[in-house]
Ligand binder design. Structure first.
Ligand SMILES: C[S@@+](CC[C@H](N)C(=O)[O-])C[C@H]1O[C@@H](n2cnc3c(N)ncnc32)[C@H](O)[C@@H]1O
Length: 290
């Protein structure tokens, strides 16, 4: 494949669909990416999230904190930028460099053990990360406990535009001309809109669930992959060819939104839950002496 020129890269990244993102430095987005352009995806998510200045927002799986910086800069919200694999030290450097130090607090956190207070957040969002932990039927019950009643939940994930069945389609399972295979066994966490709708509707802690497909999501993803390839900034060999061939038949991007209800419940990931519920007690007569 011929490599696009610098002008072509600029035009690949110029998207009328994402006018706010257009004011962000293209190299910054390419250098800090960890998948499909998270800034575009955050902008799409925020189209339906009524964020107001001063709100407290959890950005779960924030990666290199681009989405946290975007939320703070665009909406004046206060963001807790939580991530497992990325260092909060490096995220803090990016936050400071972006001028958002007063609004973004980076922290290292695992999605099932969040060191945060119940009901603290006005909103919890996650971009291109929720698929790694959110497919568990009970995970939304856990995450939503940190959001106040009436607060917002919003997620964007790569997903399936139709069920993939037991055999992965050849254009996703076979090597592209660069040798990279699109479909990895980890991509089992890519789910359909119907899967997410059922999962979220089943959770009593949220209401008003909506799941939507990003129109031409595959095209935006492909263009970003092409721009990465052209600039030599890819972390992994490009998936542009597979996305092009797929043309959105199977692979795309999904937006999940809901509102927090008043419902409460146990934290099933709390290692002290047995004792808390009074079902974990010593055998009579074996209590250690004080
Ligand atoms: C593909 S990266 C995307 C990062 C960022 N949201 C973006 O779009 O650039 C997925 C992120 O999910 C985070 N992640 C995966 N599993 C996690 C978990 N169990 N708890 C917290 N974060 C997790 C990783 O640390 C990683 O940064």
């Amino acid at each position: 494949m011929n490599r696009p020129s610098t002008d072509e890269v600029r035009s690949l990244l110029k998207k009328d669909e994402f006018p706010r993102s257009a004011s962000y430095d293209q190299d910054w987005m390419l250098d800090n990416q960890m998948g499909p352009n998270a800034v575009w995806l955050a902008e799409w998510l925020c189209e339906v999230l009524p964020l107001k200045p001063g709100m407290r927002v959890l950005d779960l799986g924030c990666g290199k904190a681009m989405t946290s910086i975007f939320l703070a800069r665009e909406f004046g919200v206060r963001v807790w930028a939580a991530d497992l694999w990325m260092s909060p030290d490096h995220n803090w450097q990016r936050v400071v460099a972006s001028g958002m130090a007063d609004l973004v607090c980076p922290l290292k956190a695992e999605a099932h053990a969040l060191p945060l207070a119940q009901g603290f957040f006005d909103a919890a969002i996650s971009v291109d990360a929720y698929q790694y932990f959110g497919t568990d039927a009970l995970y939304l019950d856990y995450l939503s406990r940190f959001v106040r009643p009436g607060g917002l939940l919003g997620v964007v994930v790569p997903g399936l535009m139709q069920p993939i069945g037991s055999v992965v389609p050849p254009h996703l399972a076979q090597a592209q001309s660069n040798g990279k295979v699109f479909w990895d066994s980890d991509d089992r966490c890519f789910k359909t809109a119907e899967f997410w709708q059922d999962l979220w509707e089943g959770c009593p802690k949220v209401t008003r669930t909506a799941v939507e497909r990003l129109p031409d999501g595959w095209r935006h993803w492909r263009d970003f992959e092409r721009a990465l390839e052209a600039t030599g900034k890819s972390l992994f060999p490009s998936d542009a060819e597979a996305l092009e061939e797929d043309h959105g038949r199977f692979i795309g991007l999904l937006r999940l939104t809901a509102r927090r209800t008043e419902a409460t419940g146990y934290n099933l990931y709390d290692p002290g839950l047995g004792a808390l519920a009074g079902v974990d007690s010593p055998e009579p007569g074996t209590e250690p002496s004080p």
